[in-house]
Write a protein that binds this ligand. Structure first.
Ligand SMILES: [Zn+2]
Length: 91
């Protein structure tokens, strides 16, 4: 999966930065509308983290207080569904 430099969600632009993080694989900064992903993480972890943080952002905008294990499970499933399935050939 190619992680985008920014995403639009609910009329807002969230920037996505891949850089060295010391403490975690990534996080969503709701105040600055930024997603940060650790550049040292393996590619599969970066992909999963990106999807995880997109779900965190969606929960923020929708004011949905999902328990973090639910966000983690959704992130794993969504990342696998997006990353492990081929794009259909268009005729
Ligand atoms: Zn999280």
């Amino acid at each position: 999966m190619k992680i985008p430099n920014e995403i639009k969600m609910g009329g807002h632009t969230i920037t996505v930065t891949i850089r060295r993080l010391e403490d975690n694989h990534g996080y969503f900064d709701a105040e600055k509308l930024q997603i940060h992903i650790d550049s040292a993480s393996p590619e599969s972890i970066q992909n999963e983290t990106f999807i995880h943080e997109v779900i965190e952002a969606a929960c923020f905008f929708a004011e949905i207080a999902l328990p973090h294990p639910n966000i983690q499970s959704l992130g794993l499933l969504m990342a696998q569904a997006i990353c492990d399935n081929q794009t259909k050939e268009t005729a």
